[in-house]
Design a protein around this ligand. Structure first.
Ligand SMILES: Nc1ncnc2c1ncn2[C@@H]1O[C@H](COP(=O)(O)OP(=O)(O)O)[C@@H](O)[C@H]1O
Ligand SMILES: [Mg+2]
Length: 265
């Protein structure tokens, strides 16, 4: 099925609830959207099921998820699965295409994982040293992977306050997806992520071209589309973050405290 078809089925299909994600912090349901013989599995998060957050008083988490998807789509980066706002069995909410993931392979680390300090494999970047429950030195690591790198840059753009390991999906289709963007796009710096492994490195120039295009698009109707989901100061702050990256194209360092989300997975 091509992407426009997925969008149409997600947007206009009949939604049937098939399960609930019990470990989720808000009401997060798994649904099938069905239209004209096609079915697309999706996550459905009704606005009604959102727990209010004192630090994100404006708009809705669902709206922030949609705005984050629109920014990602405008960059052409394919990190966030198709996400849209629509009516559903529990009222308005966000629906997002479900991503089938690879079976975990016990012989290899996940894209984001923990390993003994002395055993960081080639192709992995260390992020944080810690002690496990037995007192042994371990390290939080992530893969030095171009798909994950784009997600890390996207998180800087989105000001993602919650990039946990569990919000990184290793897609069975060979792509890497990010999910749960309900606390993105605040106007104050809230970047919290496990993807700090590229801190201090220069930004890939091809991504800068995409960022430059996005900054220009914010001045036209794309800014109006985002304004349906986030506030004007938040759109201004998004523009400022993009311009700051273009001006000083280096991945930021984790300054200040609490720069790793908790729990980290
Ligand atoms: N689009 C998706 N495709 C596949 N799995 C998903 C998708 N969205 C969420 N999940 C899974 O469900 C878990 C909980 O969803 P999440 O969006 O983090 O909910 P919450 O906002 O309640 O934290 C995620 O960690 C992930 O494992
Ligand atoms: Mg989550």
């Amino acid at each position: 099925m091509t992407t426009p078809d997925v969008r149409t089925v997600l947007g206009d299909g009949d939604l049937t609830v098939v399960g609930q994600l019990v470990q989720a912090s808000n009401a997060t349901l798994v649904c099938d959207a069905a239209l004209g013989g096609s079915t697309v599995r999706c996550v459905y998060k009704p606005v009604r099921g959102e727990r209010p957050l004192w630090d994100f008083p404006d708009g809705t988490l669902a709206g922030r998820e949609v705005a984050s998807y629109l920014v990602c789509e405008a960059l052409g980066w394919d990190v966030i699965p198709t996400t849209l706002l629509r009516d559903g069995p529990f009222g308005t909410g966000m629906v997002q295409r479900w991503i089938d993931t690879c079976e975990p392979d016990p012989a290899h680390l996940d894209l984001v994982d923990i390993c003994p300090v002395a055993a960081v494999p080639d192709g992995y970047l260390p992020v944080l040293r810690a002690r496990d429950m037995d007192g042994s030195a371990v390290v939080l690591v992530h893969a030095d992977d171009t798909r994950l790198y784009r997600m890390a840059v996207l998180d800087v753009v989105l000001n993602n306050a919650d990039r946990k390991g569990g919000h990184v999906l290793d897609g069975a289709d060979g792509r890497v997806y990010g999910v749960d963007h309900g606390i993105c796009l605040h106007s104050h710096d809230k970047l919290r992520t496990v993807l700090w492994g590229w801190a201090g490195r220069p930004l890939d120039p091809t991504l800068l071209t995409d960022l430059d295009k996005l900054a220009r698009r914010l001045d036209d109707e794309f800014g109006d589309v985002l304004a349906e989901h986030i506030t004007d100061p938040e759109i201004e702050a998004l523009r400022d973050r993009i311009l700051a990256l273009l001006d000083d194209p280096v991945m930021p360092h984790p300054y200040g405290d609490r720069r790793i989300p908790w729990p980290a997975f």
